[in-house]
Design a protein around this ligand. Structure first.
Ligand SMILES: *Cc1c(COP(=O)(O)O)cnc(C)c1O
Length: 340
């Protein structure tokens, strides 16, 4: 007898293109995006810029590249930048913020709640009369939703106050909005309400929205013009990009459907709590569970047919469009069956 397929809750990046998306990719109108733009890529960039309330936008192959491009443009070598503790740019991008963009990272504590620093921390790190040999702090890099904090959302008024504190101190502001769509749906506000005061923002199409590849980095016209140069420098210029942008356009039709992932995450959290697990209440599509031995539990979960990943000393389950309520019920049954 073959083993039943595992239920994959490692990440919302495991989603696969459905038939509609594959058909859109196959039928995409294309040009050479490196030479003089690709029509479908351009359509995607315009649509994302409108959603985010920015003047311009640029498709990039990955969120990591989008963040790196922004940091390369905002930082000079040796500049210090601030980011909430556990931010993706600090912990999950192989140190490229330092290695390639030349930044000195300064983590900010979560004094306003999970993943959320307070404006006073921005001010405390940007005192004007520091000695000449102190670091120059030039950038605040925010993250919404905050991944390591379990998909925690930053509400619009808090975001705006952080951005304003940074701007008042002469800093630039970048937003890592890999899952900004989830924050927007969870809060019931348009994505543009969460980008107030930023100079640049990065959003992923390849997470909950289900595109196989692609992110967009957005900002003003000058920023995006320079971003295009850095993208090329990093090897991220793609020719008939419309094949990929077509998937991105299809993905953008699914923003509202993220609410289903949030519901599934709540069902999973409730089920785990009933089984005696210690889980945080999910704000979006992630469930963080604290267990005594993360590695052992992950191994037993895998043996039972449920896949998750370690995250910040806990276990992270992520719901997505390829797992429904029935799959979560099955996962819970398997977890119970394995005595976990
Ligand atoms: C996934 C993720 C990224 C990077 O996106 P990739 O496309 O995987 O490079 C950046 N920031 C956050 C918060 C993410 O979750």
């Amino acid at each position: 007898m073959t083993k039943p397929a595992p239920i994959d809750l490692r990440s919302d990046t495991v989603t696969r293109p459905d038939e509609q998306m594959s058909a859109a990719m196959a039928a995409a109108d294309v040009g050479d995006d490196v030479l003089d733009h690709d029509p479908t890529t351009r359509a995607l960039e315009e649509r994302v810029a409108a959603l985010l309330g920015t003047r311009s936008a640029l498709w990039v192959p990955s969120g990591t590249m989008g963040n790196l491009i922004a940091l390369c443009l905002h930082l000079r070598r040796g500049d210090r930048f601030l980011a909430p503790r556990g931010a993706h740019v600090l912990a999950h991008e192989l140190g490229s913020a330092a290695w390639l963009a030349g930044g000195m990272p300064e983590p900010l504590d979560w004094d306003a709640g999970p993943g959320r620093p307070v404006p006073a921390a921005v001010r405390a790190n940007t005192e004007p009369d520091t000695p000449y040999d102190a670091l120059r702090t030039t950038l605040l890099c925010l993250e919404n939703t905050h991944n390591e904090a379990g998909g925690a959302v930053v509400p619009p008024h808090e975001h705006a106050r952080l951005a304003a504190a940074a701007r008042d101190a002469g800093l630039r502001v970048h937003l890592d909005g890999a899952r900004l769509w989830n924050a927007s749906v969870a809060l019931g506000v348009p994505p543009a309400a969460l980008t107030v005061g930023v100079h640049s923002v990065q959003v992923c199409l390849s997470k909950g929205l289900g595109a196989p590849v692609g992110s967009v980095v957005a900002g003003g016209e000058d920023f995006v013009q320079e971003a295009r140069r850095v993208r090329k420098m990093l090897g991220g210029g793609v020719r008939q990009g419309g094949v990929l942008a077509a998937a991105g356009l299809r993905a953008l039709d699914r923003i509202d459907a993220l609410a289903e992932d949030h519901e599934t995450a709540r069902a999973l959290a409730d089920g785990l709590t009933e089984l005696g697990w210690e889980v945080g209440a999910p704000q979006t599509n992630m469930v963080l569970a604290s267990v005594p031995d993360t590695r052992l539990t992950l191994r037993r979960l895998r043996a039972a047919g449920v896949l998750a990943v370690p995250m910040a000393g806990a276990i992270r389950f992520v719901t997505h469009r390829d797992v429904g309520k029935a799959d979560v019920d099955t996962a819970l049954r398997r977890i119970r069956g394995a005595g976990l």
